[in-house]
Ligand binder design. Structure first.
Ligand SMILES: Nc1ncnc2c1ncn2[C@@H]1O[C@H](COP(=O)(O)OP(=O)(O)OP(=O)(O)O)[C@@H](O)[C@H]1O
Length: 297
């Protein structure tokens, strides 16, 4: 068993239900983005994965076991939560040495990680003067000391410049390609679109959707059809499409059929088409649609 399995996970803080019967799985060999607006319950869920927060009910297993039952948890899971939790007077090397000693990892691992994370030149500098990007790298280095197969990152691109974000993307890609399980939380959907293989979307502690990103964007693709015969055309398309919606007097939004097929179906019935536009919605739009559907439903 590899990866992460979340089953009926619930966390209540008095009257607030931060996480509500949440179930999903995170597979190895992929980058999974854990998405939701502020306050959706992402951090609480990540913290429950590593026993920082006790669930009210439900469970999480990592590589088939609960965190507390893992023999050496830091060799299985690395987690990065806060980019500022360093002793400001310690150098990057001191910081890693202390954590290496606590985890029982060889000292040589410290230099390895400083190099891997591009911190070798800054190794002797005090972390108090580190930029956000350097802090993120040092945090990642700390989480990777035990060479874990699972990596949990809470908002890793927060405060990173475009160069830092691009670096992080390729770094995480390499880790995933190596068969590791990578779960990153984010509320910046445009960034995630470039990095994630899979997405898990939550809102108000509940699951909205989970699965491969391309499936989510694929099913959200639509064709906007302009036709003076839209009523008749709508009846024909409904037999073949996933969804047909009237968007205006002469406009239909069609899901589950491509533009060529729509044109062929219309031609077959002698119906006029005045315009066909394929839409590729952003993750942002998909997310808003999902949230809206849930609210309306
Ligand atoms: N220790 C706590 N005590 C009371 N309420 C809490 C506590 N921790 C979190 N919450 C509440 O639980 C809900 C989920 O918070 P959480 O931090 O998990 O969300 P999030 O998705 O990570 O949001 P953000 O992107 O803002 O970090 C929020 O309503 C929050 O106020």
């Amino acid at each position: 068993m590899t990866g992460i399995e979340v089953r009926n996970l619930t966390k209540r803080y008095g009257p607030i239900t931060a996480v509500d019967t949440l179930s999903f799985t995170v597979r190895p060999g992929a980058v999974t983005a854990f998405l939701g607006p502020n306050g959706a319950g992402k951090t609480t869920t990540l913290r429950m994965m590593i026993d920082h927060v006790a669930p009210t009910s439900g469970s999480v297993t990592i590589c088939g076991r609960r965190y507390r039952d893992l023999p050496r948890p830091t060799t299985v899971v690395g987690a990065v939560f806060d980019a500022s939790a360093f002793h400001p007077h310690h150098s990057a090397r001191d910081h890693l040495r202390i954590y290496a000693a606590m985890g029982g990892f060889p000292d040589g691992r410290v230099q390895e990680l400083l190099t891997l994370l591009g911190l070798a030149d800054a190794a002797e500098r005090r972390t108090g003067g580190f930029s956000t990007g350097m802090r993120q790298r040092l945090n990642l280095a700390t989480a990777l000391l035990g060479d874990p197969r699972v990596l949990l990152l809470d908002e890793p691109s927060n405060g990173l410049d475009p160069e830092g974000t691009a670096w992080l993307r390729s770094f995480l890609r390499d880790l995933a390609d190596d068969g590791r399980t990578i779960l990153i939380s984010s509320h910046v959907l445009s960034e995630v679109q470039q990095i994630a293989d899979d997405v898990v979307v939550i809102r108000q502690g509940r699951l909205l959707t989970a699965g491969p990103l391309h499936e989510l964007t694929g099913t959200a693709q639509a064709v906007l059809v302009r036709s003076p015969d839209s009523a008749e055309l709508s009846r024909i398309l409904m037999r073949h499409a996933q969804a047909v919606r009237a968007d205006g007097p002469d406009e239909l939004r069609v899901r589950g059929l491509d533009a060529a097929r729509i044109a062929d179906l219309a031609a077959g019935q002698g119906l006029r088409i005045h315009g066909l536009t394929s839409e590729h919605p952003s993750l942002e739009q998909i997310f808003l649609d999902l949230a809206g559907e849930r609210t309306n439903g």
